[in-house]
Design a protein around this ligand. Structure first.
Ligand code: HEM
Ligand code: SF4
Length: 580
């Protein structure tokens, strides 16, 4: 039982009322677009999420502006929903151009295979969204209480391509886009440019969602039984195509990672096995699952509104029974599901006799031109020159696909000439690490993440070097708050922002995304993080079995046997709350 759930509260949250009275996600967005103010109102802020827009402010300038008596620096973040993270060359090049024209000259690859434009001003939002739609992309349902961007394993390997994940991700995405025409009216002056491509019907009614949409965001991920690179079990609805019987899809339910430091009844949970169904029945099952969350999810308390809490409350058997009732299908039980692997899809991958793909490590998904490498220019030039399609991984990296075999050395030479580190030049820990954006744009960030990760990795690499352990391969994930956008509870080392200058450390998750981490140390000062990890690294080096991965080692050793090595929390109340 996970605390407060659907039945125990009756008053609907404020966001529910905003959705209901929004006239199909319209609200007053149109009026506010031309009111001359630099930001949208609080109510519109909620509705804008459904359109793929977050109202934010530049937190780096907050203090100075306050001292100068100025309002905060209002900015918007615009998120592209890209099913399965797959872009055609012209779509990638258009996104690159838009980052230059309307953003902060960076494209931010997200952990759900989308792209974010940061630092977009309110006056540029409409132009940006129109341009996005002109290349048949969309921001609709990039955020909001609906089915979000559908993730899918991006592997370009021929045996995975045969399973057509991209196609299925597109179908799912299209089916569950909101049907309201609000998006087209507001941003495209009524033209439904993408209707036949990536979005829903564009009608006025919401046949599936209803006027209140879902209680909370709903994430669907699609992979194969071979590879869990997208951390599919972190999704509300996890789908895995059986590689031995590609017509069969395994369905798991109730994953979600977000939690709150101040509420012990919130927690990360992994999706649990529900059933296995043939492809032709899949949409019946998804429709039913979504409708159950729509009807029974918690609409009173948003911190308990994710589907995972309903699944915890009901149990999987009751849920399966309800799906059977709603579909009229007899469902078989799926008993167990464990993924063997989580591939990073970096480096060279053979697509066919004369085509290759190349996965580029992009530190924390920030496609930018910086002193550390001109990622944006290099990728743009290669995509344009060789007409390459692009895929984003759920670990925030970029795969260039359909590279002619003869261009192999030119690709490498170009990357090098732009100062980009090749995959094999990374240490194990730097290759796999990634972070959420956090400061300065994310309003929920308690501390740094993307900007601090390189400093942390440098110290951690130094530690390993000093111990002659630089060959160790440990996956590290960092976030600026417990919402967990970089899925830290599934990293072998998860660093979760606790306060302005401290993090909680999680250990024991496995590399393939089958097991969540557990808290090892709470509220560790930023400058003490590496020291806090040193004893565990030494223990691993001394006692790991042959080939045993770090997360598996920590799990075998047991968190209770690791905790004595942890530093004292900085604050006593946190020690008590976490049982450290
Ligand atoms: C713009 C700032 C952002 C805000 C305000 C935000 C908000 C949140 C919140 C509140 C949660 C917890 C949800 C819950 O448990 O119900 C969450 C989880 C998550 N977000 Fe974000 N997010 C932001 C940016 C991002 C970015 C940039 C990514 C991808 C790089 C991302 C991907 C995820 C993922 C993967 C999770 C964890 C899995 C889950 O619980 O579904 N978010 N986010
Ligand atoms: S994990 Fe927290 S700090 Fe990081 S992007 Fe998500 S909400 Fe913001």
């Amino acid at each position: 039982m996970t605390g407060r759930t659907s039945q125990s509260e009756t008053t609907e949250s404020k966001v529910e009322l905003i959705k209901q009275s929004s006239n199909g996600l319209r609200g007053t967005i149109v009026e506010e677009l031309s009111n001359g103010l630099p930001n949208f109102s609080g109510e519109s802020e909620q509705l804008l999420k459904f359109h793929g827009i977050y109202n934010q402010d530049n937190r780096d300038t907050r203090a100075d502006r306050k001292r100068a008596g100025l309002d905060i620096e209002h900015i918007c973040m615009i998120r592209l929903a890209i099913p399965g993270g797959r872009l055609l060359p012209e779509q990638y090049l258009a996104a690159d151009k838009l980052a230059e024209a309307f953003g902060n000259r960076t494209l931010r690859v997200t952990t759900r295979q989308g792209i974010q434009f940061h630092f977009v001003t309110k006056q540029n939002v409409k132009a940006l969204i129109r341009k996005v739609n002109e290349v048949l992309l969309s921001t609709y349902a990039g955020c909001g209480d609906v089915v979000r961007n559908v993730t899918a394993c991006p592997s370009p390997a021929p045996e995975i391509e045969l399973l057509k994940l991209g196609e299925l991700a597109n179908q799912i995405s299209k089916r569950y886009k909101p049907a309201s025409a609000a998006y087209y009216e507001i941003w495209l002056d009524g033209e439904n440019i993408t209707a036949s491509q990536a979005t829903g019907s564009g009608g006025q009614d919401e046949p599936l969602y209803g006027a209140s949409y879902l209680p909370r965001k709903f994430k669907i991920g699609l992979t194969t039984t071979l590879d869990n690179c997208i951390d599919v079990l972190s999704c509300d609805l996890a789908l895995a195509i059986d590689e031995r019987d590609p017509d069969m899809i395994h369905v798991l339910v109730g994953g979600g990672l977000g939690r709150s430091h101040s509420d012990d009844t919130t927690m990360p949970l992994l999706a649990k096995p529900l059933t296995s169904v043939p492809r032709e029945k899949l949409f019946q099952i998804i429709d039913a699952v979504i409708s159950i969350q729509r009807d029974h999810g918690n609409r009173a308390d948003r911190s308990h509104a994710r589907f995972k809490y309903l699944v915890e409350e009901w149990g999987v058997d009751r849920l399966r029974g309800e799906v059977e009732k709603r579909t009229g299908l007899q469902l078989q039980k799926l008993h167990h599901m464990e993924f063997p692997n989580s591939c990073d899809h970096l480096g060279w991958i053979e697509q066919s006799e004369n085509r290759l793909a190349y996965g580029i490590k992009v530190p924390s998904g920030r496609i930018a031109d910086t002193a550390g490498g001109a990622y944006r220019t290099a990728i743009r030039e290669l995509v344009a020159k060789f007409n390459l399609s692009v895929r984003f991984t759920a670990k925030e990296d970029v795969i260039l696909t359909q590279i002619p075999v003869i261009a192999r050395s030119e690709i490498i030479a170009t990357l090098k000439s732009f100062g980009i580190k090749l995959v094999e030049e990374y240490t194990g820990i730097s290759r796999s690490a990634f972070a959420c954006p956090a400061l300065p744009t994310c309003g929920l960030a308690l501390t740094e993440s993307e900007r601090f990760l390189p400093t942390f990795l440098e110290s951690f690499n130094q530690l390993l070097d000093g111990l002659t352990l630089s060959h160790l391969d440990i996956e590290i994930r960092m976030t600026g708050c417990p919402n967990g956008c970089a899925r830290p509870y599934l990293g072998e080392i998860g660093l979760v922002g606790r306060s302005k200058r401290s993090y909680d450390i999680y250990l024991c998750a496995d590399r393939a995304g089958n097991r969540l981490g557990k808290i090892y140390a709470a509220d560790v000062a930023t400058e003490g993080l590496v020291d806090a990890l040193e004893p565990i690294v030494l223990l691993y080096a001394a006692h790991a079995h042959d080939g045993e991965e770090f997360g598996d080692f920590c799990h075998r050793w047991g968190i209770d046997n690791l905790k004595p090595f942890a530093p004292e929390p900085r604050r006593r109340n946190i020690a008590v709350a976490q049982g450290v």
